[in-house]
Design a protein around this ligand. Structure first.
Ligand SMILES: NC(=O)c1ccc[n+]([C@@H]2O[C@H](COP(=O)([O-])OP(=O)(O)OC[C@H]3O[C@@H](n4cnc5c(N)ncnc54)[C@H](OP(=O)(O)O)[C@@H]3O)[C@@H](O)[C@H]2O)c1
Length: 297
């Protein structure tokens, strides 16, 4: 099968396609025939070598998000062949989701949404889970105020939708061109970069503003970052926490229900054939993409 990997860290040109054996699922695992896999900022970070070293053997696979069909199921998994699923392919491995087949733990898998195609479904796992798990950290009560930075992005957009649904008063920070978009997610207020007034009970910093975003949090409030091990030092009694996404098929299944209810909106910017993975990385690096770039094997 074909798979997207890097063998050396660098720019988009280091993204390669290799021919390799189809992986076999072990006990508790399933093999998914991949229909689509989104390209996320974490893929760019893996490619650039800023997150993890090359695994033994010298291949680092790319692709955390997958939508496809269960093609082989190991012992003790609740999924049967032919099931339409999505999954989070978590962490570093020589082969990941940007491939013709991927093996994942069944505990990371959920039934695919019925309301969207596989290309849109492939944008759901990483960023809905991250947004939901980030919102768990401050545990805000209905009526609390939350500033979401990067609200037009994948994590930020889903976070606005989830927080709005939970009765939180959501203020969305984004560029002026994105006002209509973030209001459509349920933001109660829109603020442009450079025009934020606060303070808010909490900030979810999906734009990675960092220490400067603490100025928007009330004394003793909450800051939630998205870059593990890189939260800014606390000031004024602010509780600083950072989300590190965890694969959680049961939670993902709940989020899939919200997709099917129209409460979460998967967004696709464009698709690329798997062979053009490097072009997708080039486009992502240019910035300003709204919706995900999705690879189709
Ligand atoms: N911790 C985890 O487990 C985890 C999981 C998933 C993602 N992440 C991280 O979360 C971050 C967001 O991911 P994503 O997929 O949502 O990225 P994304 O879709 O590219 O969204 C980021 C958004 O932030 C905006 N932005 C950038 N700088 C800004 C600034 N100074 N002020 C306001 N907005 C700004 C961007 O706007 P422009 O495009 O106009 O610049 C974009 O709308 C990434 O760093 C990603 O690696 C972490």
């Amino acid at each position: 099968m074909r798979a997207v990997v890097v063998k050396a860290f660098g720019g988009p040109e280091t993204v390669e396609i290799v021919e390799t054996a189809v992986p076999e699922p072990g006990p508790g695992q399933v093999r998914i025939k991949v229909a689509a896999s989104a390209v996320n900022p974490v893929d760019a970070a893996y490619r650039a070598g800023v997150l993890v070293p090359l695994p033994e053997g010298g291949l680092l696979g790319l692709g955390w998000d997958v939508a496809g069909t269960v093609d082989a199921a190991g012992e003790g998994t609740p999924f049967t062949t032919g099931a339409e699923v999505i999954a989070l392919a978590y962490g570093p491995a020589p082969l990941k989701a940007q491939a013709e087949y991927v093996v994942v733990d069944a505990s990371a898998v959920a039934p695919a949404p019925a309301s969207v195609d596989a290309v849109h479904a492939a944008t759901v796992p990483l960023n809905t889970l991250t947004a939901a798990q980030a919102l768990d950290l401050p545990g805000l009560a209905p009526g609390s105020t939350l500033l979401v930075t990067g609200a037009a992005g994948a994590v930020g957009g889903y976070a606005v939708q989830l927080a709005h649904r939970d009765g939180i008063t959501v203020v969305a920070l984004a560029g002026a061109d994105d006002e209509e978009l973030v209001r459509s997610f349920g933001a109660d207020r829109f603020v442009e970069r450079g025009a934020v007034t606060g303070p808010f009970d909490a900030v979810l910093d999906a734009a990675v503003i960092g220490a400067d975003a603490l100025a928007y949090v009330k004394d003793g409030g909450d800051y939630v970052g998205v870059i593990p091990q890189a939260g800014p030092p606390s000031v004024r009694g602010i509780r600083v926490q950072v989300v590190e996404v965890a694969a959680d098929g049961a939670r993902l299944a709940e989020l899939v229900k919200l997709v099917d209810q129209g409460a979460l909106t998967p967004r696709v910017a464009r698709t690329y054939p798997l062979e053009q993975a490097a072009d997708a990385h080039t486009r992502l690096a240019e910035g300003g993409v709204r919706g995900r770039l999705v690879l189709v094997p």
